[in-house]
Design a protein around this ligand. Structure first.
Ligand code: ZN
Length: 263
């Protein structure tokens, strides 16, 4: 955590929010590179480390304690309970990291991060399935402040999103955007795809524009850094994308209250 703060200060950030993962019911049995419980954040331990650093860095950078919660349609009430127990959490990203898949006459959840997700489907079928599942998650879970990396799956398609066009999935993506706009939920602009060989952030510019057209107002910006040197990566590109799409500000959350920051 301290290395990440130092890296953020070097990158010129004035505000940094930590959003470590809590992905309940993540299918570890199908993810050989992950140890069981890798995304089960120990909130009290994380907050204790955070608090010590917040004190140490007071006056040098504004630090916030957030969380990224991995959505499944039935997990809303469980996550709401966790948030009620932890008022120290200042910012909540809700993200669809999994998608349902047919298997053995039933359904399983799988992460499109793994190429095996695409094995028995065309890219189009995989994307459609993921977006439908994302819509179901957003319909049934409304507790989060910002929806994480919509079109996340595009980073992991075998062609790195080359053939992906928002228009082909607008019938499923627009209802997601409409719901977020109606609820006053923010949409996250996530720059991770740019360092994974994609041309666009998640979501792509067309979705950022469409969100605004449908009444969406707030964008939060994240680098999805899983390594210290990825903190604030491609934030210049994020700013360009926001300006291209007609935004002149982005938002940060303090104690779950959105604060507008001019570009
Ligand atoms: Zn994520």
């Amino acid at each position: 955590m301290q290395d990440q703060i130092e890296s953020a200060i070097r990158a010129g950030l004035r505000i940094l929010t930590f959003t470590d993962h809590l992905d309940l019911d993540y299918p570890y049995d199908r993810c050989p590179d992950l140890k069981d419980g890798a995304f089960d954040l120990d909130i009290p331990a994380a907050y204790s480390s955070f608090s010590a650093l917040k004190e140490m860095y007071a006056g040098r950078i504004e630090l916030h304690f957030g969380i990224e919660m991995g959505l499944l349609p039935y997990l809303g009430p469980t996550y709401e309970e966790i948030l009620a127990e932890h008022p120290e959490i200042e910012f909540v990203i809700g993200s669809t990291h999994l998608s349902s898949m047919p298997a053995d006459g039933g359904e399983i959840y799988a992460d499109p991060y793994y190429l095996s997700f695409f094995e028995n489907m065309t890219v189009e079928e995989a994307l459609r399935r993921y977006f439908r599942f994302s819509l179901e998650c957003v319909e049934r879970c409304g507790f989060f402040d910002s929806y994480g990396h919509l079109d996340y799956i595009v980073r992991y398609t075998p062609d790195k999103g080359l053939t992906y066009k928002y228009e082909d999935y607008a019938d499923v993506i627009d209802p997601i955007l409409r719901l977020l706009a109606e609820r006053g939920t923010a949409l996250e602009l996530n720059t991770s795809s740019l360092r994974k060989g994609c041309m666009e952030p998640n979501p792509c510019r067309k979705i950022l524009r469409r969100f605004k057209e449908l009444g969406g107002k707030m964008i939060t910006v994240g680098s999805d850094a899983h390594r210290t040197n990825e903190i604030a990566a491609d934030f210049g590109e994020a700013e360009r994308a926001l300006r291209d799409c007609g935004y002149d500000s982005y938002y940060v959350f303090r104690n779950r209250v959105p604060v507008e920051m001019r570009l």
